[in-house]
Ligand binder design. Structure first.
Ligand code: IFM
Length: 490
């Protein structure tokens, strides 16, 4: 079998000199980031890994319903067992592997329907105890817990009341956030208030379309007929996160940090004729979120499009301002790939835009393998958005035929190459003054890739889904080597 050569020469030669810009005005002396080493981690999410859908009084989530009742991912594909990560005997073995690999942080999500089974009201203390034990177990292994409050599994009762379409969702979420800070303020410093607002809405639209037998394909950019629904949901979710951030600040957690993880997609126009189209897509997927958080306004071009097309937006005049004033202390960036945009007047249906693939380019499940675009994105944050503190909350890849278990080994050379190249891009941006303080591979383990099921592996640890046997892949070993080189990085 071809052996992966751990080539860290390039990484070794990277100077750790940071530019003067790296002391951002957004970080005060009590910032976690100023006082601790760079976070080298991996990430996962409750529904994708935990299993145990009814254990310890857990309530049902929208995903339990969609997977089991409507089989949106296919017959028998669901999160009922997943990678058995709710089981302490199992996860302790996994934490041992994280420690051996040298991870210094672990990003995981807690399940809202475990903590408040019907979404609002009575708190399930058994679930709280479970997660408190999990956090203590991580800390005992020297791993910083990075806790995501919400990674798409919404209590079913709330989903049935309209979910994120309902403006009351802001209050539901704020109450849940208060319960979380009340119960974890003494143990957890770094909170990811919510994950990928955009993609969650896309997934919900896809699940609904499967349930209604329309079977529309998954699309990162909401189709024109869904745009109003999507923008209204984005607004509610951003307001919910803003409310949670304000509540977080009332706790005064020493070195506490609260941000949201958003997926960002640098856009690339294929030609000059497509430049405006690329800007429009950028407005929906990137600026809608970044402008609200860092400028306190929604992008004018998207609001104009909505007005011209008479979209029924239910956005209050002061909503974006409230988001801008929430005081999120860092930005979580989930980066996988850019979006390639082509103006295509022959296809007016989808904004007159198509998304071609790039020639001579390596493609992963989530798009083109373009580490240069991660650097471009990070520099944009420095130049256009005031250089906020950043954690890469997700970066990673899955490739067809990269995860073959043979003689007890998985030589996932393409994933290893992807991770290494993206870390180099990130460190290069950091040297140029970008305030990035952490990096998390998606994912620690192979797990349930939502509607795509168990066939799309993203993990650095291979999981045999029948036996729950784990095998550390070559990518994990290479990542461990990189961490060793950079452990003292600030
Ligand atoms: O598995 C997902 C995760 O839930 C959200 N970010 C992207 C990952 C890989 O597609």
């Amino acid at each position: 079998m071809k052996k992966i050569i751990v080539c860290t020469t390039l990484l070794l030669t990277i100077s750790l000199r940071l530019s003067a810009q790296s002391t951002t005005n957004q970080m005060n002396q009590t910032s976690y980031f100023k006082n601790n080493a760079f976070l080298w981690g991996a990430a996962s999410a409750s529904y994708q890994v935990e299993g145990a859908p009814t254990a310890d009084g857990k309530g049902q989530s929208n995903w339990d319903e969609w997977m089991n009742r409507y089989q949106v991912a296919g017959k028998g594909v669901n999160g009922n067992v997943a990678i058995n990560f709710y089981d302490r005997t199992q996860y302790l073995k996994d934490i041992k592997l994280f420690k051996e690999l040298g991870l210094t942080s672990y990003r995981f999500s807690i399940s809202w329907p475990r903590i408040i089974p019907t979404g609002t009201g009575k708190v399930n203390t058994v679930a709280i105890d479970h997660y408190r034990t999990f956090v203590k177990d991580l800390k005992a292994a020297g791993i910083e817990p990075v806790m995501t409050l919400y990674h798409w599994d919404m209590p079913l009762e709330l989903y049935n009341k309209g979910g994120w379409d309902n403006r009351q969702s802001i209050e539901w979420f704020a109450d849940y956030a208060r319960v979380v800070f009340d119960n974890f303020k003494d143990l957890v410093k770094i909170y990811v208030i919510s994950n990928e607002i955009l993609i969650e809405t896309d997934m919900t639209l896809q699940a609904k379309s499967i349930i209604s037998k329309e079977n529309a394909p998954f699309s990162v950019i909401p189709a024109p007929e869904n745009l109003a629904t999507a923008l209204n949901q984005f607004n509610h979710k951003l307001l919910a996160a803003a409310r949670a951030a304000k509540i977080f600040h009332t706790y005064g957690i020493p070195q506490g940090e609260a941000g949201i993880a958003i997926p960002l997609f640098p856009t690339i126009a294929v030609d000059a004729h497509s430049a405006k189209a690329a800007e429009f897509i950028d407005g929906i997927v990137n600026r809608w979120f970044l402008d609200a958080i860092y400028k306190g306004s929604y992008p004018q071009d998207i609001l104009e499009y909505a007005a011209e097309h008479r979209l029924h937006l239910k956005i209050g005049a002061a909503d974006a301002k409230e988001i801008g004033e929430a005081g999120l202390t860092y930005l979580g960036i989930n980066y996988y790939a850019p979006l390639i945009v082509q103006k295509n007047d022959a296809q007016p249906g989808f904004y007159g835009i198509t998304f071609p693939t790039l020639p001579n380019t390596d493609y992963a499940y989530n798009g083109a393998n373009r580490p240069d675009q991660l650097k471009r994105l990070l520099l944009r944050m420095r130049d256009e958005y005031g250089n906020p503190a950043i954690i890469i909350t997700e970066n990673g890849a899955g490739f067809e035929n990269d995860d073959l278990l043979s003689n007890g080994q998985v030589n996932d050379a393409r994933r290893a190459g992807y991770i290494k190249a993206h870390i180099e891009a990130m460190l290069s941006a950091k040297r140029e003054g970008v305030n990035v303080f952490g990096y998390h591979v998606w994912s620690s383990h192979d797990n349930l890739e939502w509607i795509a099921g168990y066939g799309r592996r993203f993990g650095m640890i291979y999981v045999d889904f029948d036996t729950q046997q784990r095998t550390v892949k070559a990518s994990a070993k290479e990542y461990g080597e990189i961490i060793k080189q950079f452990k003292s990085l600030k």
